[in-house]
Ligand binder design. Structure first.
Ligand code: HEC
Length: 146
């Protein structure tokens, strides 16, 4: 009796898993999707706080260019560089010492997957590996209070 219930339960679970995998193709894709969703949620408020003043609430642009269908947003490395180092000669501040790797990853993932953009996830380690080697320099004290 107990076995039969377990068998039934197992077949229901298998059916559920098959249904899920049909949608997401594979389990790896599922966890990647979940990570992306989490980063997009975290990134939204950070974008509003740090970027929207120049790039618009919906990435439509303002003092800075539109981030919708933007080649620099499509390129993961160009986007991470832009956020880390800004364009100090052209009116965008650098965020390397303002935001953590996780925060930049969240903002980058939000920008790449909002509005009509569908460019995929940016992980914190992609930010970390693009940071400059940290010399003893001014701003260092600020950077480490994060
Ligand atoms: C004070 C205004 C300002 C803020 C704040 C700002 N930006 Fe910018 N951003 C600019 C300007 C101006 C440019 C154009 C720089 C240039 O022409 O080289 C730019 C360029 C960019 C670009 C490259 C776009 C292109 O077409 O070349 C990206 C991507 C970007 N910003 C993302 C961000 C993100 C993400 C944030 C928040 C972390 C942010 N910016 C915050 C002003 C700003």
């Amino acid at each position: 009796m107990k076995n039969r219930i377990n068998t039934k339960l197992a077949s229901i679970l298998v059916a559920g898993m098959l249904a899920t995998s049909a949608v997401s193709a594979q389990e790896g894709a599922t966890s990647q999707d979940e990570a992306l969703t989490t980063l997009v949620e975290q990134g939204e408020q950070l974008f509003i706080d740090y970027c929207a003043v120049c790039h618009g609430d919906n990435g439509e642009g303002g003092a800075g260019p539109a981030l919708l269908k933007n080649a620099k947003v499509e390129s993961r490395s160009a986007l991470v560089f832009q956020i880390l180092f800004g364009a100090t000669d052209h009116g965008m501040p650098p965020f390397a010492s303002v935001l953590t790797d996780e925060e930049i990853a969240a903002i980058a993932t939000y920008v790449r997957n909002s509005w009509d953009n569908e460019y995929g996830i940016v992980l914190a380690r992609s930010v970390e590996m693009r940071r400059p080697a940290q010399p003893e320099s001014e701003g260092e004290a600020e950077a480490t209070t994060n």
